[in-house]
Design a protein around this ligand. Structure first.
Ligand code: YSA
Length: 328
């Protein structure tokens, strides 16, 4: 029986089988247990020797089971470790890396230029009121200049701002001069979309107010920006034009070398002028003057990088966007 028991123990292929062998020999009704129980039936002189032998066998079977269990558990653990092994020296999975959109990079670059010149940066709401977008900027209702900025209206009578200029008034309402501030942001126009016009685009607005701010300061600020962006000594020009919230008003352009054609040409950027007295009156400012300018950021990004169509900024085509990764 001992041989059978030891053979069964070493043949047990897993812990479940080993448990069955243990029950078969050492359980309450197990074969060795039965033998022990049968000792009482033996004559007293045989009982002691038989008891010793059975107990020895029992201990041997218990020991064999303990060893087999340890071996099976070790094998199971080894197998699990092998199955779940991780090779920490293998190269990791490459995650796709995003990048900043060209317009974001150009905006950051512009903000760097202006903050270095001491300008503060402010942002304002894209959903505006008629008051801030037009009325307070000296566009009364029915003023023909409103036609130039056709607008998306909401059903509650508000509108998507058509330019960043409303922030001039919002900023002046909450700050006292002197100050220099720039406002980047998204603007919207109800326009026929083509290669140079989008219904949604970005502008950067600058506003400087103080005691003796002049048109020469305006020209100087535009010159500084042009030199920072396109190199020292870059020429700029102002040409008279009309915006209701400035007097005098002008369009401004930068003379630069087109990187693709190599030709020197004027790049029209946006509008500018001296803040109109009616605008100062609307915010309760007295005894100060100021200048402002605003321009399209897409325009500034389109031409230098030779992008033929403004719509490519918003189509999300990675083949286009990837070309400008780290461009600035
Ligand atoms: C004028 C005087 C100031 O003291 C301050 C700001 C201004 C600018 C004024 N708020 C304005 O929006 N003028 S604008 O209608 O001529 O637009 C300025 C620039 O925005 C344009 O020169 C152009 O670069 C860009 N822009 C206009 N419509 C656009 C557009 N860019 C893309 N798509 C459109 N639909």
């Amino acid at each position: 029986m001992l041989e059978d028991a030891l053979g069964a123990v070493s043949a047990a292929a897993d812990l479940q089988e080993l448990q069955e062998v243990r029950v078969r020999y050492l359980g309450k009704k197990g074969l060795l247990t039965q033998q022990l129980k049968g000792l009482g039936a033996l004559p007293p002189d045989e009982r002691r020797e038989a008891g010793r032998v059975i107990n020895e066998h029992k201990a041997a079977v218990e020991e064999a089971i303990r060893e087999r269990r340890a071996a099976l558990e070790r094998a199971a653990l080894d197998e699990q470790l092998a199955r779940e092994a991780v090779d920490v020296t293998l190269p990791g999975t490459q995650l796709p890396q995003g990048g900043l959109h060209l317009l974001t990079m150009v905006t950051h670059r512009l903000l760097d230029v202006f903050t270095a010149l001491g300008y503060e940066v402010a942002v304002g709401p894209e959903l505006e009121t008629d008051h801030y977008n037009f009325e307070s900027l000296n566009f009364p209702a029915e003023h023909p200049a409103r036609d130039e900025q056709d607008t998306f209206w909401t059903t509650d009578g508000r509108l998507l701002r058509t330019h960043t200029s409303p922030m001039q008034v919002r900023y002046m309402e909450t700050h006292r001069p002197p100050f220099k501030v720039v406002v980047p942001g998204k603007v919207f126009r109800n326009e026929a979309v083509d290669a140079t016009h989008e219904a949604q685009f970005h502008q950067l607005e600058a506003l400087v107010v103080g005691e003796r701010i002049t048109m020469a300061d305006l020209k100087g600020a535009i010159d500084e920006m042009a030199s920072a962006l396109f190199g020292a000594g870059t020429r700029t020009r102002l040409q008279p034009t009309f915006f209701p919230f400035v007097e005098p008003g002008a369009e401004f352009a930068i003379y630069w070398t087109h990187p693709r054609t190599g030709r020197q040409e004027w790049l029209e950027l946006g509008g500018c002028g001296m803040v109109h007295p009616n605008v100062f009156e609307a915010v309760g400012y007295e005894g100060v003057t100021g200048f402002a300018f605003g321009f399209g950021i897409e325009r500034l990004a389109l031409v230098p990088y030779g992008i033929p169509d403004i719509r490519s900024f918003y189509q999300g085509d990675l083949r286009v966007l990837r070309q400008f990764r780290g461009a600035l």
